[in-house]
Design a binder for this molecule. Structure first.
Ligand code: CA
Ligand code: CA
Ligand code: CA
Length: 176
C-alpha cells in the first residue's frame, strides 16, 4: 500500500516534500512547514496561519503531515497564492485595504467600513496598511468558516440570527 502510494507520487512534489522534511522523518512538522512557506516579507509565516493549515490538513490528527496531507495543503496554498497575486493589483507583494475590499467584494461579501477597520487592526501586523500572504489566508479562511457557521443558524437567510448564549459558544468553539 505504502509503496503504491510512493509510485503514484508526483516527482516534483516528492522533491519539495523531501526538501521541506528537514529532519527526514517522512512527516512534516509545524516548524518545518513554517520554514518552507514565505509570506513575501522577511518574516516567517505567522504561527496562527500554520496552526490553521495544520488543523485543516492533518486529517489523521497525528500533529504532522504525511505526503498525501502535504500534497493537499500544497495545492491549497498555491491556489491562495494565485488569488493573492490576482488581487494584489499594484504588485506590491501585499494586500492594501482597498485591495482587500475588492477581493472580498469579488467573493460576494458585503461588509461595512467598520469591519474592514477590524480586519486591518487584526491582520496588518506591521501597521503599514498592508496584509501579507499568511494573514491574507487567515483572514479569508476565518471569514469563510464564520460565514458558514452563521449560515447554518440563519435558516431563513435574512442575514440575522437570534443567538442563544450556548449557540454562540458552540459556533465560536467549532471554529477556534
Ligand atoms: Ca520532518
Ligand atoms: Ca497527519
Ligand atoms: Ca498591493
Amino acid at each position: 500500500m505504502y509503496q503504491n502510494q510512493c509510485q503514484n507520487q508526483d516527482p516534483q512534489l516528492t522533491k519539495i516534500f523531501q526538501y521541506v522534511d528537514k529532519d527526514r522523518s517522512g512527516l512534516i512538522s509545524s516548524s518545518e512547514l513554517q520554514q518552507c512557506l514565505s509570506n513575501g516579507s522577511w518574516e516567517p509565516f505567522h504561527i496562527d496561519t500554520i496552526k490553521l493549515l495544520m488543523s485543516m490538513f492533518d486529517i489523521n490528527k497525528r500533529g504532522q503531515l504525511n505526503f498525501n496531507e502535504f500534497q493537499a495543503l500544497w495545492k491549497y496554498v498555491n491556489d491562495w497564492q494565485a488569488i493573492f497575486k490576482t488581487h494584489d493589483r499594484d504588485g506590491s507583494g501585499s494586500i492594501s485595504r482597498d485591495e482587500l475590499n475588492q477581493t472580498l467584494t469579488s467573493f460576494g461579501y458585503r461588509l461595512s467600513n467598520k469591519t474592514y477597520d477590524l480586519f486591518m487592526t487584526k491582520f496588518d501586523r506591521q501597521r503599514k496598511g498592508d496584509i501579507y500572504f499568511d494573514d491574507f489566508i487567515q483572514c479569508l479562511v476565518a471569514l469563510k468558516m464564520l460565514t458558514e457557521e452563521f449560515s447554518k443558524l440563519d435558516t431563513d437567510r435574512d442575514g440575522f440570527v437570534n443567538f442563544g448564549y450556548e449557540q454562540f459558544i458552540n459556533a465560536a468553539f467549532s471554529i477556534l
